[in-house]
Design a protein around this ligand. Sequence first.
Ligand SMILES: [Mn+2]
Length: 329
Amino acid sequence: MFSEFLEKIKKYQKIGVISHIRPDGDCLGAQVALSRWLKKKGIDAAAYNDDEVPENLQWLLDFFPVEKPTARHFDTCDLFICLDGNSLARFGLFEEWIEGKKIPVWMIDHHPNPQDHFELSISVEDASSTCELVYKLISEDNPAFLDAETAKALYTGIITDTGSLQFESVSPETVEIVAELMRLGKFTPNEIIEVIYSNKSIGQLNLLSRALQSIRLFENNQIAVMSVTKEMLELTNTTPPDTEGFVTYPLSITGVKAAVLMKDFYDDGVRISLRSRSSIDVNIWARELQGGGHKKAAGAWHKGPLELAIKDLIQIGAKQLGKSDTTSS
Ligand SMILES: [Mn+2]
């Protein structure tokens, strides 16, 4: 699958490796691993992201620095590789900068419906994570390039993108890759998972408590909606990234097929996180609200106010619940 990628990459001098805005474990793990691999191959690489790296993932930057890019940084690259996103709109400043330029852009990603402005794409919707694809790329090239740091970075991405190996996207091969990464990295799961997940502030738990109280059920208890408002953030002295992972709580209620987290604390409207644990395809919901993602996890946006956003979303959800009831039974 990677032969063309491996053959063509040799002719470039300096590659800009870009991860998506509001970075997560998968895009950062893939970015660190890919950049280290390039350097080992003797190709210069720089890793860029417009946004702050979340605190629990900062340790990855010891393995490879991720810089906030400017046009001057981009000017030094003769190829770009976008990771964990399949549309340029996911890559911040880069989208604007690259417009009209002849410099090639490649991508490695696992989201559905990739846009076609990439000269070369490794796009595998079934893959658990971009890190799984980067692992396969490096092993196909030369497994000797998978050192301990690279193994830890790739493990982080696979774990964070699969709810610690719980999601449907996890194949036996994913688990085999994880086993191999543990051998290569000489770590135990708790070493990394505790750093990623067990570092919450009391404020974050207070915020979670308020968010849990906000949960409402719709459509015969099949859709659960949780809301976090600006006041809740202020009262608990927390920030938007502190809502990370909240949406799994409404999803764990008996009978709930899809869960929604309404983030009502942005100036330009309500950001919506969608999760499904059924045949419900929340990517379809998201697409009706200027968003997208996967069948089981997607993001969307509504201009607000909150109550209207909930009403519109439930309307979209009800439509699909109706459809899936008739087709799945
Ligand atoms: Mn991903």
